[in-house]
Design a protein around this ligand. Sequence first.
Ligand code: ZN
Length: 319
Amino acid sequence: MDHTPIKLSPAFKDYIWGGDKLIKEFGKKSDSEKMEKIAESWELSAHKDGESKVADGPFKGLTLSEYISAAGKDVLGSRSLKYSYFPLLIKLIDAKADLSVQVHPDDEYALTHEGEYGKTEMWYIIDCEEGASLYYGFERDITKEEYEKAIEDGKLCDLLRKVDVKKGDVFFIPAKTVHAIGAGLFICEIQQNSNTTYRVFDYNRRDKNGNLRPLHIEKALEVSSLKRSSDPLHTDKGDDVLLAECEYFSVRKLTVNNEAVISSDTESFVSLLVTEGTGKLIYNNGEISLSKGDSIFIPAADAEYKLIGQCELIASKVN
Ligand code: ZN
C-alpha cells in the first residue's frame, strides 16, 4: 500500500447561483472547458456526479475511486469499512445568489428511496459579504399543515430561522433540517457522500434556458424536521480547534504559524483543505506545496507530517 499524501483537483458545478471567486480568488480552472462562474468545486469526491482527480505524482489523472483501487483500500482506514462506498464529500461553495431552500433525507429514507446515503452536513464560513445570512431550520415548532400552506403561499421563508453570518462561523446541519445558503457566502462544506437534495422553494427563479428548476415538495414534506432548529455552533479560538463531530465525521480547524505537526492513524484518512495562506506539507521523502483552495488526501496510516508556512486548514476525518 502506498501511504504518500496526494493533492487532488476538483470536479466543478456551474449551478445558476454561482459566482467567480473560485476562479479569481482561488485560482480554480477546468482543464476541459472555459468557465466564467463556478458554483461548487468538489474537492474530495468519489461521487458519480463529479469525482476529484489526483493532481500530481505517480497516480496523476486517476479519479479518487481509481486511486483508491490502485493504492489499496487500506488508504481509507478501518472506519470506512462500515460504509458501502466512500463516506465523505467536501466542497467549496461560492454563493453569489441565494441557494434554494432545501432539505436532505436521513440514511434510512435515502437508502430506501434514492439508493444512496442521506446527508448530514457542516458549513465552515471561509468568507462572507457584509450583511450575509442564511436559513437554518424553523424559527419555532410548526405543524405539517403550516409547512404545507407556507410553501403553497410562497411564504416559507417567514417560518424559517434567519441567521446573520460572519467569517469563521460554523453550522452543523443534521439530515432533515430545512436550510438555505444565502447570497454572499463562501463556504467549505463537509458532508456525507450524497447528492440527494429536495428543493422546497427556489424564489421562482429561472435557469439559463428559462426554465424553473424542479421542486420536490412531497418528499420534502415527508422528511423535514418540524421542530425549532438547534442553535448554530460556536467555535473556540486556538491553533487546533474541533469544529464539529458527529457519527459520520469530525472536523478540525488548524492554524499554522511557521510550523505544526499533524498525525494520522489507521482508522481514517485525513482530508486537508487549505482555506487561507500558503505553506508545505512535509512527509518522509517528499513535500507538497499548499495554497489557498488546495485539497490534500492523507492515507490512513500511523504517521506524522510537518506543516510549515502561514496557513489555515480544515482537517476532516471519518468517524
Ligand atoms: Zn444542503
